[in-house]
Write a protein that binds this ligand. Structure first.
Ligand code: ZN
Length: 271
């Protein structure tokens, strides 16, 4: 049984994700900011959503919940227990380690607090079929799994710390790093080019970073998405996944992981 996945431009630089089973016509929606793009996509393909999965409570992730729930009243809305009061229409309150069975596969809930305190990610340990173009394909190998990470990690960057501490976010990013290299990352914003532009200021002599930046600039010139990301690639070029790397530590004048992460985040916040 194949499941399909597609990212849809929700608003300006925001993506929502649709996952569906072609045979049953059932779908799952991840983080709808507004209802219309999801509704259009569902109608075009004659799909019925069984659930919305929310990664966190910010309006650009949950703003479409209630309108979609009105159209599909039987649909469940999953969100973090911690944010039960802040996720509109929530029906299922979930937390770290829980496993959801949707569309015939298991979705594991991972606590990735930092951007907000109730931020969660959803991991599926098998690949979906992506009809769109994957720009970063693990050097030709197929993805081994899918991770929907909301605003925790972005291409070349990470989410702002609105509620959690530096330590919270570092722990969360390190948890993501424990997944296989060939994991595909579905982040909710197209921030990659700007993040890499800032990262180059920190690591001006990093040739892998420079090469990746040039590739991203070329993609964005053609208005092509940089999402999904490859965990393997991000590990090499994303400074926020390299706080343990002596080269990154030296570039911000620090000697340990947490101080390096703090320096990177503070620097990024200046732009
Ligand atoms: Zn957010």
């Amino acid at each position: 049984m194949n499941l399909f996945v597609e990212q849809i431009r929700d608003l300006e630089d925001i993506y929502l994700f649709l996952i569906w089973n072609e045979e049953t016509g059932q779908a799952v929606i991840v983080d709808p900011a507004v209802p219309q793009p999801a509704l259009t996509f569902l109608k075009e393909r004659s799909l019925t959503p069984v659930a919305i999965l929310n990664t966190h409570h910010h309006p650009d992730h949950v703003g479409g919940n209630l309108s979609l729930q009105k159209v599909f009243p039987k649909m469940k809305i999953f969100g973090a227990k911690h944010d039960s009061a802040r996720i509109p229409g929530i029906t299922d309150h979930i937390s770290e380690g829980e496993e959801l069975n949707l569309l015939g596969v298991t979705w594991k809930v991972i606590d990735v607090k930092g951007h907000t305190l109730g931020h969660i990610a959803y991991h599926v340990n098998q690949p979906f079929v992506h009809l769109g173009q994957c720009q970063f394909n693990h050097e030709g190998r197929q993805a081994s799994g899918e991770l929907f990470i909301g605003d925790t990690l972005f291409g070349g960057g990470c989410g702002k710390l609105f509620e959690g501490s530096y330590a919270d976010m570092l722990v969360s990013l390190n948890r993501l790093q424990s997944l296989p290299d060939s994991t595909r990352l579905w982040c909710a914003h197209e921030y990659t080019e700007k993040n890499l532009w800032v990262a180059r200021k920190i690591l001006p002599k990093d040739s892998q970073l420079e090469e990746h930046y040039q590739q991203v600039v070329a993609l964005r010139k053609e208005h092509l998405p940089t999402v999904p990301l490859s965990l393997e690639v991000e590990r090499k070029i994303n400074p926020f996944l390299r706080s343990h790397d002596p080269a990154v530590q030296a570039s911000v004048g620090q000697k340990n992981e947490i101080d390096t992460f703090r320096a990177l985040r503070d620097f990024r916040d200046q732009f």
